[in-house]
Design a protein around this ligand. Sequence first.
Ligand SMILES: Cc1cc2nc3c(=O)[nH]c(=O)nc-3n(C[C@H](O)[C@H](O)[C@H](O)COP(=O)(O)O)c2cc1C
Length: 441
Amino acid sequence: MSLVGFLQAQNCTTIPASWRHPEARTDSMSPDYYRHIGHVLERGKFDLGFFDDRLAMPDMYRGDHGHTVEHGIRCVKMDPVTVLMTMGMATKHLGLGATCSTTYFEPFDVARTFATVDLMTEGRAAWNVVTSVNDNEARNMGSEHHMAHDERYDQADEFMEVVLGHWDSWDDDAVLVDRKNGVFADPTKVRRLDHDGEHYRSRGPFTVPRSPQGHPVVIQAGSSPRGLAFGARWGELIFAAYGTIENAKVEYAAMKEAATSYGRDPDQMKIASLTFPVVAATRSEAVEKKAAYDELPNEIDQLPLLSEALNFDFASKGMDEAFSDEDLEGLQGMQALRDGVVRRSGIKNPTVRDFIRVSGRGRLGDGWVGSATEIADQLEAWFTEPACDGFVVGPTHIPGAFEDFVDLVVPELQRRGLYREEYTGTTLRDHLGLRMPSLRG
Ligand SMILES: Cc1cc2nc3c(=O)[nH]c(=O)nc-3n(C[C@H](O)[C@H](O)[C@H](O)COP(=O)(O)O)c2cc1C
């Protein structure tokens, strides 16, 4: 079973109210905060910690950042790669993933940054590929409007060709450092990419040789039909928010099937399902803990997050005003979130209040609550079904949620033989059971 820590280089977890939790650390802008999380995850033998990203704060609601800043609704968003390296320098085994958008950066630059992280962490790096979601990210990055949904995935396909092309342009044994004969590297084992495509031109040769794991692991987490197809083509580690086990079984099998249709070995794609467990020594303690979390959120927390995710100012509609078919069509950020609200509520034209209630965005929701045995039962049931290959563990607050999981649930999983006692390899690919990638030629 793979375990991934869901991390944010920001002032809260994905749950904005988490910074108000009485046991939350208040120094989320200090290196020690991230070093500590790294130590906890490594003590729990996690495969990796992974940082999400967005290129704007959620400031679309009422066209202003006032609420967001005042209430700390994910308003701090530091550069995830820099924070990742802070964690990398404090750990030895833990895999290290960060998110970077294909829409707003050049592929050569992204390829070089992550290849460098991979070398500097001795083969522990991963890149979560996203295409970004809204116009305010565009406004921070030099344009007025975010590209249309499917179009940005088409562009991302070419982005991947360039990145993987560069990553494959040094043979594994190209570097010789043969001082006696004065040969640093074998020039026949380093190639130029000479990419000249619809969206990108990048010549090469690439300037970073291969790492001990070949190249960084590619993560993807799209959930729209186009996003899923993109993940099936390129993703080596897929993050999914499946909801129920029945749905997960179907979606998991479909994703593996889709990878096969791209000529890939489905075992070389791992799927981790997102969960926010609340665990304590006993069930009743866990239930009390959950009830205390549920006191923390403000209603205002959700509206900027919905506006951000759907690229639409939710203040422009009354609470009980229904979205027309045309309005819904215009919600273009995370379309799968929009479609999920319609599907799960059974309401064809939901209101703002329906979006708040059904999406549960920014709230803890009905996560798994219980003793270590009960949480381990759930994880085991999903894993053995199979409904996933592992889990993205989302923290309710930092660092307590990870500490509880590592101290209570991990030993129970180890007792059941479901989870490693020690790291057996050195690279992230070793942890995940992914082969060293072969050169694409
Ligand atoms: C565990 C997890 C982590 C994610 N992290 C990010 C992220 O860092 N940035 C982002 O824009 N989207 C993130 N997403 C959302 C998806 O990657 C994707 O952007 C979103 O679903 C919109 O794409 P889609 O329309 O194809 O679904 C994450 C999703 C999951 C399940």
